[in-house]
Structure formats: structure tokens, C-alpha cells
Design a protein around this ligand. Structure first.
Ligand SMILES: Cc1cc2nc3c(=O)[nH]c(=O)nc-3n(C[C@H](O)[C@H](O)[C@H](O)COP(=O)(O)OP(=O)(O)OC[C@H]3O[C@@H](n4cnc5c(N)ncnc54)[C@H](O)[C@@H]3O)c2cc1C
Length: 490
């Protein structure tokens, strides 16, 4: 008889782990507390609008392709992708913006217009970023983070300086202009830490950005990816249960024997949890946990977010699909997230209008608008605060981009710290898990395997390789390989 595995949660990492494990012959069931699958990447429909609730940037298409290829499939068997041009727009002030186009040559021309000589420097900078990307993909990110020796290769040794310098100083060596620096520091924000605390090796994200491009899953946005992964998982035999919260992991003689979900005992041999790590450890007795509460308190968490899902009764003319508002101090906002956690005085924020690319995401003549303000986790969250920030960002959009939208709002919903906690059991309401600082990378991440219980494993954005959709797919693969080694199927 093959081993029975319960996978907690249905985020990208859980979907990935479950699909690999089922393909390897285990009996796999996903238990998800929410009504729908996809975790932080769920969607909802309201008044004719379709909102992606979390991720909106489809980067690193190679990782998605590799995932589907592992099952003898291609991405295009499930969904089609459109490369966005411009990939995104960055606002620095009133009608002052730079469009990042869909090809490095065009981007380097835009850089040259801002700083003489920047075009050549960008090509050089990107050459290094590309080399690091391939080393990361071949030698690092698919490793389980169990031993320092995973990281020691000739390639990593020769590029050691990228691990001991940070991305801010690396970018600063190449470019003087503040706008260009901000554009090149932006991609590492996906990794959840300040650029000065993120190793320069993470310029791999610059290759992901300018080198590989920004894509959009057609006919439905990011949720198309979730739907496709659920479809593939079912094809290889994974069973799914929604509205099914796991309240306890059952242990006998230091071995997993089952879970209690919705008050019922379900037996199994192995549990893989893609729920937030800290929450999973609350499902087992204290003496079996890998980490104490003080361990979690000391960790650098990626930000939480204040999100708005807005329906507009008009089409947008003056903004792009993805827009970054970097018209205020980056350093001040970052310090209000990491150093002195508090609501930002004047936030940077991100706005997207997916219906510019996909008409079906809004009723005819309308636009779908998603706003994200990064904030520190664990902040006080209430209706008044949310409204205050909505007014701040709407005014900034109107003043800076010159596009009136406040009077065109016909649907509005917000999501913040309290919702991250209640909907996903998120630790302190974090949105993207743990930040990828040097000492929270690879072997320093929370371990994918319980040190004290046989048969308990962890996956997802709080463990290797880190936050983001592509890393979550990779995390599922890593944990499934580890289980195969520990519990080979007869
Ligand atoms: C607002 C936002 C924007 C983002 N933007 C991007 C982006 O543009 N591009 C990108 O690549 N990444 C982005 N990310 C990050 C990316 O979405 C995440 O890293 C990824 O989706 C995390 O997947 P996961 O599998 O680790 O966990 P999750 O998606 O958190 O899944 C965990 C699941 O476990 C379930 N669960 C929790 N407790 C239990 C329990 N006791 N029993 C049963 N089920 C339980 C939860 O309901 C949830 O479904 C964004 C994230 C957010 C929040």
C-alpha cells in the first residue's frame, strides 16, 4: 500500500508538492480551510468584476514551464501568456514617469535618456545578473537548505562577493541617477527585505524583470495558473477538500498518524503543510515544535499589505497595466516597515488595472483596479485607517497621473492585516512570508522537515527558497523530493 499523505492548504507550494507526490505514487489529499483553492492567490467575483486577490506579476516563466514539463505537459496546454509592453510604469512625480518596455535594448535606450552612459552600464549589469540567475537555478534554489555544502560550488565560490555585498551598493556602483537606482532596486522588494539588507546575488531578480519580462495569463489573470495547477493535480490523482480546516496534527511515538480536521480524525502517514510555518507548529504540542516563539519574533518578516479591490465605471486612459508610485521617499517608507514599524506617513504603492489587458475582468466600459500599499506586519488595522489610506492613494493617483477615479468607484473592498490572519492563519498578518536577507536564505530558512516528528514536512513561502509564486512552486518540488528519499514508495 502506498503511503497516505495529507497536504495542508492549497497555495502554490501545496499544489506543487501534492502534484509531485501523487505522480510518485503516494495517496494525496489536500485539505484547505477556505471555500476556494489557491491560498493568497485566490480570486473573487463581484458586480461583474473578477479580482485576483494576491499576486499579479507573472515573472520567471521558465519556472512555470519547468513545473508543467515535469508532468509531461506544457504551460500552453493549460493557459496562454501575453508579454506586457510596457511591462510596467514607474512614477516619480507629476506626469514624470518611465515606462519599462519588453526588451533589454529598448530599456537600455530609456536608461540612456536619463543618464549618459547608462545604456552600456545596464547591459553589463544585466550580464552579471543573468549569470547569477543561471547559477541560482542550476545550483541553489532547488536545494533543500539542509547543509552548507549545498551552497559551495566553484560557481558560487567565484561569485562570493555577490553574497557579501548588498543590492543597493551593487546598483549604486553602476548608476548615479536616483530614478534608475530605484528601478533596479524594485525587483528585490518581492523578496521582502530592504535593498541594503538583500545580498547582491539577488540581482537574479533583475534578470527575471528586464531579461525574462512581465507576462499575463490570458483569460483570467493569475487565477488561471491556480485553476491549471488544480486541473493538473486532479489529473495525476490528487483529492481536494475545501472548507476543511486542520486543527491538530496527530502524533504517536514521535510519528505522524493523522490530523483532526473539522472535528474528524483522518489517518495518514505523512503531513506536508503549506500553511504558514508558525501556524502549523501551533497544531502540534510545544515540545515537538522546531522553533520557539522568540525565534519567530527575531525573524525579519516580509511586509503585510493594505489592499483595495476597486471597480470603476470608466476605462483608464493615462495609466498602464502595472504602475509603481515611487514619487515619495523609498527610504522613509522602508524604515516605517522594518526599523520602526508604523503606518507610513507617505506610502509608496502599486496599482494595476488587469482589465486593460483582459476585458473579461471587468464589465464593458469599466476597469478593474487593484491597489497595494506595503506595510509592516502586525499593525493596528481598522476601517478608519483603511479609508484614510484609500483617500491618500486615490488623491496621489489623480494628482500624479492626472486620471480622475474617485468619482468613478462603483465597487470597493479592502483587505489588510486582520484578513491575512483570519483568512490564511498568517503570522502577524504577513503577506509574503519571510524576507530573503542573507541570514534568512537557504540553510538559514526554517527547515522543511520536522526535527522531532517523523513524517511532518513544511513547504511554502516561509521556507526554502522563499517568497513569491515561482519559489512556492519550487518549494513544493523540494519537499516532495525529500519525502521520496525519506519514505520511498514500495
Ligand atoms: C497581496 C499579495 C501580492 C503578491 N504579489 C505577488 C506577485 O505579484 N508575484 C509573485 O510571484 N508573488 C506575489 N505574492 C507572493 C505569493 O502570492 C506567495 O508567495 C505565494 O502565493 C505563497 O504560496 P504558499 O503556498 O506559500 O502559501 P499560501 O498561498 O499562503 O497558502 C497557504 C494555504 O493554507 C491554508 N491554510 C492555513 N491554515 C490552514 C489550516 N489549519 N487548515 C487548512 N488550510 C489552512 C490557507 O487558507 C492558504 O490557502 C503576493 C502575495 C500577496 C499576499
Amino acid at each position: 500500500m502506498s503511503k497516505k499523505i495529507i497536504v495542508i492548504g492549497s497555495g502554490f507550494s501545496s499544489l506543487s508538492a501534492a502534484t509531485y507526490l501523487s505522480k510518485y505514487g503516494y495517496q494525496v489529499t489536500i485539505l484547505e480551510k477556505n471555500k476556494s483553492f489557491g491560498g493568497r492567490a485566490r480570486k473573487f467575483n463581484a458586480d461583474g468584476f473578477t479580482f485576483d486577490m494576491g499576486p499579479s506579476w507573472y515573472w520567471m516563466p521558465d519556472v512555470f514551464e519547468k513545473f508543467f514539463n515535469d508532468f509531461g505537459k506544457k504551460v500552453k496546454d493549460y493557459y496562454s501568456l501575453k508579454k506586457l509592453n510596457p511591462a510596467y510604469r514607474v512614477y516619480f512625480g507629476k506626469k514624470d514617469f518611465i515606462d519599462i518596455e519588453d526588451d533589454l535594448k529598448k530599456i537600455s535606450n530609456s536608461f540612456e535618456e536619463v543618464e549618459t552612459g547608462a545604456s552600456k552600464k545596464l547591459i553589463k549589469f544585466m550580464g552579471e545578473a543573468k549569470k547569477n540567475y543561471f547559477i541560482a537555478m542550476d545550483k541553489i534554489v532547488y536545494k533543500p537548505g539542509q547543509s552548507i555544502f549545498e551552497l559551495i560550488t566553484l560557481d558560487t565560490f567565484l561569485r562570493l562577493r555577490y553574497f557579501i555585498t548588498n543590492i543597493k551598493s551593487e546598483v549604486g556602483k553602476y548608476f548615479k541617477n536616483e530614478k534608475l537606482r530605484k528601478i533596479l532596486e524594485f525587483p528585490v522588494l518581492f523578496l521582502g527585505a530592504k535593498p541594503e539588507n538583500t545580498p547582491a546575488f539577488y540581482n537574479i531578480m533583475n534578470h527575471a524583470d528586464f531579461g525574462l519580462g512581465t507576462w499575463f495569463p490570458e483569460k483570467g489573470g493569475m487565477y488561471r495558473v491556480v485553476e491549471s495547477m488544480v486541473e493538473l493535480a486532479k489529473e495525476v490523482g490528487v483529492k481536494f477538500k475545501s472548507d476543511c480546516q486542520v486543527d491538530k496534527i496527530l502524533i504517536q511515538d514521535k510519528k505522524v498518524v493523522g490530523v483532526i480536521a473539522n472535528g474528524k480524525n483522518i489517518s495518514c502517514d505523512i503531513v506536508v503543510s503549506g500553511a504558514d510555518y508558525n501556524h502549523t507548529e501551533q497544531l502540534i504540542p510545544k515540545n515537538y515544535r522546531n522553533y520557539s516563539s522568540s525565534y519567530w519574533d527575531k525573524k525579519v518578516f516580509a511586509p503585510s499589505s493594505l489592499l483595495f479591490y476597486i471597480g470603476l465605471d470608466k476605462k483608464i486612459k493615462k495609466l498602464s497595466h502595472h504602475n509603481l508610485f515611487f514619487d515619495v521617499s523609498f527610504d522613509k517608507h522602508a524604515s516605517e516597515i522594518y526599523d520602526n514599524p508604523q503606518w507610513p506617513e507617505s506610502p509608496l504603492f502599486y496599482v494595476n488595472f488587469p482589465s486593460i489587458t483582459d476585458n473579461d475582468m471587468a464589465p464593458e466600459g469599466c476597469e478593474n483596479c487593484f491597489i497595494l500599499i506595503p506595510i509592516a506586519p502586525d499593525l493596528k488595522d481598522n476601517k478608519e485607517i483603511r479609508n484614510k489610506y484609500l483617500n491618500i492613494v486615490l488623491k496621489r493617483i489623480e494628482d500624479i497621473a492626472g486620471e480622475k477615479i474617485s468619482e468613478n468607484i462603483i465597487y470597493k473592498k479592502s483587505f489588510c492585516v486582520n484578513d491575512f490572519i483570519s483568512e490564511y492563519n498568517s503570522y502577524k498578518g504577513n503577506a509574503y512570508g519571510l524576507a530573503n536577507t542573507l541570514f534568512q536564505t537557504s540553510i538559514f530558512k526554517p527547515k522543511i522537515k520536522s526535527k522531532k516528528i517523523n513524517g511532518l514536512y513544511f513547504t511554502g513561502q516561509l521556507t526554502v527558497p522563499g517568497p513569491g509564486v515561482p519559489p512556492s512552486l519550487i518549494s513544493g518540488k523540494i519537499v516532495s523530493k525529500t519525502i521520496m528519499q525519506d519514505f520511498p514508495n514500495q
